[in-house]
Design a binder for this molecule. Structure first.
Ligand SMILES: *Cc1c(COP(=O)(O)O)cnc(C)c1O
Length: 426
């Protein structure tokens, strides 16, 4: 971890050119890497020596960008993945097997809910979903003898529920399992979960980190803090010999990099959800301005939320950074400088009015995306979460009338003017 301030890390971390080398991180647009001896190539395959040999496993462009994200989060090791979904899949599959169980906060991104509720269940891994605002006793009761991880989102997409890190970290650690958090919406600019007892962080870099809606991508960062050896019986994949690598033991050989090395050498090797170096290059450009953009996203979100809150046709607004919001205190505790640019609201006319208003917007577009420079809206009940029934929607914190509004970095007056004219159409 460098000693630079977070703004400097956005620009400088991950890549330091040597004398006469390119000033900007190059795109290593190559599937493979050349070696002079067969022997050396063999040592790379055995993980005896570090080096690149095939881009499905590792690529220098990707590694530089992963190192920057690692530094931003204050972690020990990190990897890029092809998408946020791949990151959340690998983060869990790296430490579970068929027959295992995980505990999840129920307010989750729709894709992540499907992944944990349905897809990994078919692989023999069961998830119990708990209300993020449950009592410590209720949370405790969700654990089983075979629980291997606890998962939640810093700011849930789209419910905007703020995760009480300390409550969840305490429960996870009491039960001897790591606490994994998807920090996509807050980004390390506004929240660094490792400072609150979180062990592993995931990202959909598709959102604010890229910030321009240019590239789908993901990342996993390990704090290196979870003591796998102390709970060796639960995590044999990390603490007993890996026969596919001549019996190496990840915790013994790689220390704080054990979890990420295992995910790279097993999951990336076998499942192959690598990010393309071209996308990693663009992601890196996005990261350079992340600190500037997050501040403006937050500022505009508060202005838009304040405008909506005072409008007679608006029934409710949720912007956790706005004084008076139900989770304002939790938001201030974990994200004193702001949460994110995404807010939600509902109209007095309900679901029908929501659809009518969205159709009347001129600059703000209806898109299946959030958290990029351009303002956009989505109606989760009709779009991202449409596969959920009414009960599942409510558990995920998604009211049927909820409009998810990703406030961009245009001038706030133009954003508000577009809202104004669209609300007149309702
Ligand atoms: C978008 C999103 C994901 C999924 O990421 P992709 O890059 O689209 O695969 C996961 N978690 C959160 C919180 C998201 O917003």
């Amino acid at each position: 971890m460098s000693d630079y301030k977070i703004e400097t890390k956005c620009i400088q971390s991950g890549y330091t050119p040597g004398n006469g080398e390119p000033r900007i991180l190059p795109i290593y647009q190559s599937t493979t890497f050349k070696y002079n001896s067969s022997d050396q190539m063999g040592r790379l395959f055995d993980l005896e020596e570090a080096g690149y040999f095939y881009t499905r496993l590792q690529n220098p462009t990707n590694d530089a960008v992963a190192a920057k994200i690692c530094d931003l989060e204050g972690g020990a090791a990190a990897m890029l993945t092809s998408s946020g979904q791949a990151a959340n899949f690998y983060a869990i599959m790296n430490i579970v097997e068929a027959g295992d169980h995980i505990v999840c906060a129920s307010a989750l991104y729709g894709g992540t809910y499907n992944l944990y509720a349905h897809t990994i269940r078919k692989m023999g891994v069961e998830a119990t979903f708990v209300d993020p605002e449950c009592t410590p006793e209720e949370l405790d009761a969700a654990f089983k003898y075979n629980t291997k991880a606890v998962f939640g989102e810093t700011i849930a997409n789209p419910a905007l529920t703020i995760l009480d890190f300390e409550k969840f970290a305490k429960a996870a650690h009491t039960h001897g399992v790591p606490f994994i958090v998807d920090n996509t919406f807050a980004t390390p600019i506004n929240c660094r979960p490792f400072e609150w007892g979180v062990d592993i962080v995931t990202h959909s870099t598709t959102k604010y980190m890229d910030g321009h809606a240019a590239c789908v991508g993901g990342a996993i960062v390990d704090s290196g803090n979870f003591d796998w050896e102390a709970h060796a019986d639960k995590f044999p994949g990390l603490t007993t010999p890996d026969e596919t690598y001549h019996g190496i033991i990840y915790t013994q050989k790689f220390g704080k990099a054990a979890y990420i090395t295992k995910a790279t050498s097993q999951l990336m090797r076998d499942l192959g959800s690598i990010q393309s170096p071209q996308n990693a290059f663009l992601l890196n450009l996005g990261l350079e301005t992340l600190h500037l953009r997050m501040a403006r996203h937050c500022e505009n979100a508060i202005k838009a939320a304040t405008y909506l809150q005072n409008h007679e046709k608006v029934a409710w607004v949720n912007c956790p950074s706005l004084p008076g919001a139900p989770q304002y205190n939790l938001a201030k505790k974990y994200m004193p400088n702001g949460t994110c640019g995404v807010i939600t609201f509902g109209l007095k006319g309900g679901r029908d009015a929501a659809v009518k208003m969205m159709d009347a917007l001129k600059m703000i577009a209806i898109v299946t995306h959030v958290a990029d420079a351009r303002s956009c809206v989505l109606h989760p009940a009709s779009h991202t979460h449409r596969q959920m029934n009414e009960q599942e929607l409510l558990e995920a914190g998604v009211q049927p009338d909820l409009i998810r509004f990703s406030v961009g970095i245009e001038n706030a007056d133009d954003i508000i003017a577009d809202l104004e004219q669209a609300l007149q159409a309702v």
